[in-house]
Design a protein around this ligand. Structure first.
Ligand code: FAD
Length: 405
C-alpha cells in the first residue's frame, strides 16, 4: 500500500475491507470455485454481498448523496487494489466491470426515467448489465467503424447487428449497445448508445465464448450476441444521438484507473504467494528457494515494478481528480499498457517459482495467468496506447504523426 496517497478515508476503510476480503473471500478460493462456471459460486457471493451491506461498505464508488462513501478516484483506486487480491472481490462489493462503468454512464448521462428503471436496481446489486460495442466483423481498436445499425421507426429504434465479447451478457438485465444512428455523420458522430433490455425479442446470445479453454457463464461470461430487428423506444437513448463514441471515451478514463489498480492488486497477491513459497519450499535440507539468486531477482524485480506501477496509477488518478481525464490523456495510455504487462510478468514469475504447483488450480496463479492475458487487449490494445503516447510525445518535438499510418 502506498502511504503517500493515504487519506483519512483510506486509512479508515482499507483495514476493514482487507479484513473482509481475507476472512470472507479467501476461503472461497477453492479448486471448484476457480474451475467451475461462475454460477457455481454466485449464490454464495450474494450472501457475502449482504454482509458487505451490513458492514456499511456497499456503494464504495458512489458519492454521499447517492448513498456511497464519497471517495475520490485516487481513494477508490487504493480500495480497488485490495478488492483485487481475490478474484471475487469486485463482484462482492458491486464494483465490477462492466456494471461500474454502466452505473457511471447512466448516472451522468441518462434521463431520469432510465435512471429509475436501470440505475437503482444496479446500485442495489439486484440486476446486472453489459456493454455491447465490439463486433467480430470490424476492428475493435477503431470503434468508429461498426456494422450495427439503429434505424428510427415511429417512436422506436430498430436495431440489427452482430456483437461479440459482450462481457457478462449471460444473465444481464440489459445491454448498453453501441449502434450507428447516422451513417452519413463524421466518423466520431455516427454511433449512439442505447439501452436494450435483454428480454427484448430479437436479442440473442449465440454462445458464451470459450476463453483459454473455458467459457464460464453469468458475470464471468463473454458472449457473442446478435440483434435481429430489436425494437426499443427512442427514449432508451443515453446522452444524445451521435455521442456514443464520446461517451465510450469518457467511460475509459476512470475505467482504466479501476482496471490498473485491479492489475496491481493481482500482482501484489501473486507477489505475496511467491514470497511465501520462496521461504517454505526446500531444495535440500538446508536450502530454501529464496536462497537462489534467480528467485531473489524475481522478487526484487517484481517489488520494483509493482511499486513503480502503483505510483504511476495513483498519480494519474489524482490528476484526473484534480484536472479531469483529458488533462491526463498521456498518463492514462501509459498506465494501461505498463500496468497490464507488469501484472503478467509478476504472475509469470510467481508461477515459475511454484514449479508444477503454479500450473494447477490449487493456487490462484494459473487462473490469473489465463484470465488476465486479455488485459493487454481490452480497453485498448498495448500497441494502440503506445502509438497514442508516442504520437503525443513526438508532437512536442515538432512531428505531427497522423494517426493512421
Ligand atoms: C476478455 C475480453 C473482454 C472484453 N469485454 C468487452 C465488452 O464487455 N464489451 C465490448 O464491447 N468489447 C469487449 N472486449 C473487446 C475489446 O474491447 C476488443 O478486443 C479490443 O478493442 C480490440 O479489438 P479487436 O479484438 O477487434 O482487435 P483489432 O482491433 O482487430 O486489433 C488486433 C491487434 O492489432 C493491433 N492493432 C490494432 N490497432 C492498432 C494500431 N492502431 N496500432 C498498432 N497496432 C494495432 C493490436 O496488437 C491488436 O491487439 C473484450 C475483449 C476481451 C478479450
Amino acid at each position: 500500500m502506498e502511504k503517500l496517497f493515504a487519506t483519512e478515508k483510506t486509512e479508515r476503510l482499507i483495514p476493514k475491507i482487507r479484513e473482509f476480503v481475507e476472512n470472507e473471500l479467501y476461503p472461497l478460493e477453492t479448486v471448484e470455485n476457480l474451475t467451475q462456471n461462475f454460477s457455481h459460486v454466485a449464490k454464495t457471493l450474494d450472501e457475502k454481498r449482504e454482509l458487505v451491506k451490513k458492514a456499511g461498505l456497499w456503494g464504495l464508488q458512489w458519492d454521499a448523496e447517492n448513498g456511497g462513501l464519497g471517495l475520490t478516484l485516487c481513494e477508490f483506486g487504493q480500495i480497488s487494489e485490495v478488492l483485487a487480491n481475490n478474484p471475487f472481490g469486485h463482484y462482492t462489493f458491486n464494483c465490477q466491470a462492466p456494471d461500474i462503468g454502466n452505473m457511471e454512464l447512466i448516472h451522468k448521462h441518462a434521463p431520469k426515467h432510465l435512471q429509475d428503471k436501470y440505475l437503482e436496481p444496479l446500485k442495489e446489486g439486484n440486476i446486472r448489465s453489459c456493454f455491447s460495442m465490439t463486433e467480430p466483423g470490424f476492428a475493435g481498436s477503431n470503434p468508429t467503424r461498426m456494422g450495427t445499425m439503429a434505424v428510427k421507426d415511429g417512436n422506436d429504434y430498430v436495431i440489427n447487428g452482430h456483437k461479440w465479447f459482450t462481457s457478462s451478457a449471460d444473465g444481464a438485465a440489459f445491454a448498453v449497445v453501441m449502434a450507428v444512428t447516422d451513417p452519413d455523420a463524421a466518423p466520431h458522430r455516427r454511433a449512439s448508445q442505447i439501452i436494450v433490455p435483454t428480454d427484448t425479442p430479437g436479442f440473442k446470445i449465440v454462445r458464451n465464448i470459450p476463453i483459454m479453454g473455458h467459457a464460464s457463464d453469468h458475470w464471468s461470461s463473454h458472449s457473442e450476441v446478435t440483434y435481429h430487428d430489436v425494437r426499443v423506444p427512442q427514449s432508451n437513448l443515453i446522452g444524445g444521438e451521435g455521442l456514443g463514441f464520446m461517451l465510450a471515451q469518457e467511460r475509459l478514463g476512470p475505467g482504466r484507473i479501476h482496471h490498473c489498480m485491479r492489475f496491481i492488486g493481482i500482482a501484489e497477491r501473486s507477489f505475496d504467494l511467491m514470497c511465501k513459497y520462496a521461504v517454505s519450499r526446500q531444495i535440500d535440507e538446508d536450502t530454501f528457494l529464496g536462497q537462489m539468486q534467480s528467485i531473489q531477482a524475481f522478487i526484487a524485480d517484481s517489488r520494483a515494478e509493482i511499486d513503480a506501477a502503483r505510483l504511476m496509477v495513483l498519480r494519474t488518478a489524482r490528476m484526473i481528480d484534480e484536472f479531469g481525464a483529458s488533462a491526463a490523456r498521456d498518463e492514462i495510455s501509459t498506465i494501461k499498457f505498463y500496468t497490464a504487462n507488469m501484472m503478467l510478468h509478476v504472475v509469470d514469475r510467481a508461477i515459475q517459482t511454484h514449479g508444477a504447483l503454479g500450473m494447477t488450480n490449487d493456487v490462484l496463479l494459473s487462473q490469473w495467468y489465463s484470465h488476465e492475458r486479455a488485459a493487454r487487449i481490452y480497453d485498448g490494445a498495448d500497441e494502440v496506447h503506445k502509438s497514442a503516447l508516442a504520437r503525443s510525445i513526438l508532437k512536442k518535438y515538432g512531428l505531427d504523426v497522423k494517426k493512421k499510418k
